[in-house]
Design a binder for this molecule. Structure first.
Ligand SMILES: [Fe+2]
Ligand SMILES: [Fe+2]
Length: 189
């Protein structure tokens, strides 16, 4: 998919605020691709498209889980986890975005997973650190990326912070998030 088409599609579908966030994630991901020798084209596209299903109706999302035989456990979760997998499957099935790495990057940006590819990790982190993000601890994660250049530690710290946030609100932990935490805890230096 051409970048211009992706930008137009997302601009037409999402509220202005979310469109601008998507652009910042794409730009941050491209910057990271330069540092970590990722694929700038894949990073830009996945960044633009990652939140495509952010405001899709929950009932429709569950229909996609069933129709495209996604992980049935997703049926126990809400948009916060689901909008990644649903955007990924919509891009593949309805918009002919056929690249497997873009698919996985969009799919797993809401949960992380173990054994992520380079470009997948870039999207996961770029979503968390794009310039307008101001959550506590974000500056330390930016430093891990732009100073220490340690992507795996950044993935670990983001997943840990996400999990702590979910636990503090008594929210369930999707299995891929726990697997992500344990895997990057094990391999980080
Ligand atoms: Fe998202
Ligand atoms: Fe996002």
């Amino acid at each position: 998919m051409k970048h211009k088409i992706a930008l137009e599609m997302v601009k037409a579908k999402l509220p202005e605020k979310r469109y601008k966030h998507s652009k910042r994630v794409a730009e941050t991901a491209v910057k990271m691709a330069e540092i970590f020798k990722g694929d700038k084209n894949k990073c830009f596209l996945a960044g633009i498209l990652h939140d495509f299903s952010k405001y899709d109706e929950l009932g429709e999302m569950y229909q996609y889980v069933t129709k495209y035989k996604l992980d049935p456990e997703l049926l126990s979760y809400k948009s916060a986890v689901l909008h990644g997998p649903i955007a990924a499957v919509k891009m593949r099935e309805e918009y002919r975005v056929e690249d497997e790495e873009i698919y996985q990057a969009i799919m797993n940006h809401t949960s992380g997973r173990s054994h992520m590819s380079l470009n997948e990790k870039i999207i996961y982190v770029a979503d968390y650190i794009e310039p307008k993000r101001s959550q506590p601890g974000v500056e330390a994660i930016r430093s891990l990326i732009f100073d220490d250049r340690n992507l795996d530690v950044a993935v670990y710290e983001i997943t840990k912070a996400n999990m702590q946030h979910l636990l503090s609100k008594d929210q369930p932990i999707y299995h891929k998030t726990l697997e992500c935490l344990n895997y990057y805890n094990m391999i980080k230096e």
